[in-house]
Design a protein around this ligand. Structure first.
Ligand code: URA
Length: 269
């Protein structure tokens, strides 16, 4: 066996994932190779059976006349929609994978006739356990932001006066960001809630809420501070309270307070 043939043999085994060849003696002798190959063969898993790729079926003959069936368009909000009807429609929802890990569906809470709705991303552990939005640390900060700003600005509202909901109503595993299909499936219920409440303004907390409402990939830093629109309803995007809880985001905190002041004056003046 030539040196080249030996090299090809060894490269072949290397390609199969065999990294080390142990052998007795110091140097690999050409006459040892058949033994070595036999040893290796006994260690290697059998080669997989060749894959048989079925022939594709013959193409269907072109249709003489194609009947186009338009997709059934589900109206964004059925006529006379109510929060109760939306809750009933959600039921024990199994429409997406988020149902697998949830304890409670977090529908939303607050004044269903409110002039102001806050939209968050999705429930965390505390919300999943209680069934209520924004009750954990981020929620406590949100309450402080609403009530602190209102009181400083002489606006007589407390948290129960506004409505709070999320883009997705079930907790994403490990608090990950909701996936586009989850946002789309669950978003229809958020949209129905918003249309049923008909608030004077919406405050989108963080980029997931901004993306769901405005369909934009633009970050919060770019969007915040200026009014946007969702179905003719003014939308103010601001930082998510969880982001503001991080100690190095002092500037963002100040900006979020500015945004909230703008929102509260617009809605309640
Ligand atoms: N974060 C959210 O976006 N929503 C909640 O309800 C809680 C934390």
């Amino acid at each position: 066996m030539t040196r080249d043939e030996i090299r090809q043999f060894l490269e072949f085994y290397q390609d199969l994932g065999v990294k080390t060849i142990y052998q007795r003696g110091s140097a690999l002798q050409a006459e040892q190779l058949p033994d070595l190959v036999e040893d290796l063969n006994s260690l290697l898993p059998p080669l997989p059976a060749p894959k048989i790729i079925p022939k594709p079926p013959p193409a269907a003959p072109p249709a003489v006349s194609m009947k186009i069936v338009p997709p059934t368009l589900i109206p964004l909000a059925p006529e006379g929609d109510t929060m109760e009807a939306i809750r009933t429609d959600i039921g024990d929802c199994r429409r997406c994978r988020l149902c697998e890990g949830r304890n409670k569906i977090v529908f939303g809470s607050g004044n269903e006739g409110s002039r102001l709705v806050f939209v968050g991303e999705g429930p965390g552990a505390d919300e999943d356990a209680s069934g209520l939005p924004f009750v954990g640390r981020a929620g406590q900060l949100l309450t402080q932001m609403i009530e602190g700003t209102a009181s400083k600005e002489g606006i007589q509202i407390t948290r129960p006066d506004v409505y709070i909901a999320n883009v997705v109503k079930c907790r994403p595993p490990e608090n990950r960001t909701p996936m586009p299909d989850e946002m789309e499936i669950c978003g229809q219920f958020l949209f129905r809630q918003l249309l049923a409440i008909k608030p004077k303004a919406i405050c989108a907390l963080g980029s997931t809420a901004a993306k769901a409402l405005l369909g934009t990939k633009e970050g919060v830093t770019k969007l915040r501070g200026n009014w946007q629109k969702w179905h003719d309803i003014p939308v103010m995007v601001t930082y998510h309270p969880s982001y503001l809880l991080r100690p190095y985001n002092q500037n963002a905190k100040r900006e979020a307070w500015e945004d909230l002041k703008k929102v509260l004056h617009f809605v309640y003046d």
